[in-house]
Design a protein around this ligand. Structure first.
Ligand SMILES: Nc1ncnc2c1ncn2[C@@H]1O[C@H](COP(=O)(O)OP(=O)(O)O)[C@@H](O)[C@H]1O
Ligand SMILES: N[C@@H](CCC(=O)OP(=O)(O)O)C(=O)O
Length: 369
């Protein structure tokens, strides 16, 4: 991919999608779609994290004042998610674009194997130039497996997509020195270079009754994304050309600059975040390909597997002398690798009865020592 293209996650809060009313604001949504379509046309992969299912459910059932119990919210989400996606689908269709829905929970992102499955789906949608539309799977998620708010979910999606930028669109121009709803003198903070305790204390909850988490969860989101080297912008959804400006580095809202290099952050995660769960011994050809040519690890070059591990685990890659040469995230569990080692990639499906792609460890998930 051209290096000028950046993967951008755009998160829309309920406050933006409804413009503070009890209905989806289609005029506001089409404006978002127009901007996403321009960036898409320029070749930037765009992912939309959309709230608004519960609001859409209330609108569809005409129950604006229904009690917000867990059961009611799950019912509203079950009804509203379809309405929400249909609205997005019809609007993106104006620009000749397809959308693909992904409903996630924390469990999908915390489990290593499911994380890879979700990442594969996301990448395949992007490869086919389809706009992923992501929301939490509210209809089935209970508090134990929920992320709980789409600000944090969008940071996890940005990590999943290895995005460059996360744009959180809300009903305020950005982070203020105090909640502007009840502090008319509050000032907009245009740039945050470090998320300190003082910054966290400025951010209050949601008082409008539409959104979840307010500014506090947006700061949590920015913390997670910044740590992974992803820039975060909090800005007003209704500001003209807000997405285009944010993507083109025009000053808008509050920008959280990340000092971490994305690649370094990923390497740190592969090293520090997870202990190696086992080892894969490779032949000389595979060693050369990985170390000198930046290639992925194929089954063909694997001689042996040590210890038991599952798909998604971090494993060591060792040469035939037992020296660790790299570490990476495996797409196949050890028992599968045992069966496919030394074989051509095209044979994987026939041997296992399924496949998780043609490589055992993708070069993006590999760190050379
Ligand atoms: N320091 C702050 N600066 C800006 N907004 C704040 C701040 N503290 C709390 N808020 C509140 O956060 C709200 C936005 O969050 P939320 O209601 O969850 O909306 P969304 O649906 O966009 O996620 C604002 O309407 C505002 O009242
Ligand atoms: N998943 C929920 C929204 C949860 C949420 O975080 O809302 P918001 O603070 O408006 O982004 C829904 O679709 O209604």
């Amino acid at each position: 991919m051209n290096t000028n293209k950046k993967t951008i996650v755009v998160k829309l809060g309920t406050s933006v999608l409804t413009s503070g009313t009890s209905k989806l604001d289609l005029a506001q949504m089409v404006e978002v779609v127009r901007q996403c379509a321009i960036l898409h046309e320029q070749g930037h992969p765009i992912i939309v994290v959309t709230s608004g299912a519960i609001a859409a459910g209330k609108e569809h059932l005409n129950l604006p004042n229904i009690e917000p119990t867990v059961a009611n919210k799950q019912m509203l989400a079950a009804v509203g998610q379809g309405q929400l996606v249909r609205a997005w689908e019809n609007l993106f269709k104006i620009y000749g674009l397809h959308v693909g829905q992904m409903l996630l929970t924390r469990a999908d992102l915390a489990d290593k194997g499911r994380f890879l499955n979700a990442r594969d789906t996301l990448n395949t949608l992007l490869k086919h130039r389809i706009i992923p539309l992501i929301n939490e799977n509210d209809a089935v998620a209970t508090s134990e497996i929920k992320v709980g708010d789409n600000d944090n979910l969008s940071a996890l999606v940005a990590l999943l997509a290895d995005a460059e930028q996360l744009i959180l669109l809300t009903d305020q121009e950005g982070l203020f020195t105090a909640d502007p709803r009840n502090n008319p003198d509050a000032k907009l903070i245009s740039e945050v270079s470090e998320i300190t305790d003082a910054i966290c204390k400025l951010a209050g909850g949601s008082v409008g009754g539409l959104g979840t988490g307010g500014m506090a969860t947006k700061i949590e989101s920015a913390t997670v994304a910044n740590r992974a080297g992803i820039e975060v912008i909090i800005a007003a959804g209704k500001r003209k050309n807000v997405i285009l400006d944010a993507a083109n580095n025009v000053s808008v809202g509050t920008r959280f600059v990340s000092e971490h290099c994305r690649l370094e952050a990923r390497k740190n995660w592969i090293f520090a975040g997870s202990r190696s769960a086992g080892g894969i011994i490779v032949d000389q050809g595979a060693e050369n390909a990985i170390v000198n040519s930046g290639s992925s690890l194929l089954a063909k070059g694997i001689i042996a597997v040590e210890s038991n591990f599952l798909r998604g685990y971090v494993v060591s890659i060792c040469n035939s002398k037992g020296k660790e040469i790299a570490r990476g995230i495996t797409r196949y569990k050890s028992v599968d690798i045992e069966k496919i080692k030394g074989q051509h990639s095209e044979e994987i499906e026939e041997i296992l009865g399924y496949e998780h792609g043609t490589v055992v460890i993708h070069r993006d998930d590999l760190v050379i020592l």
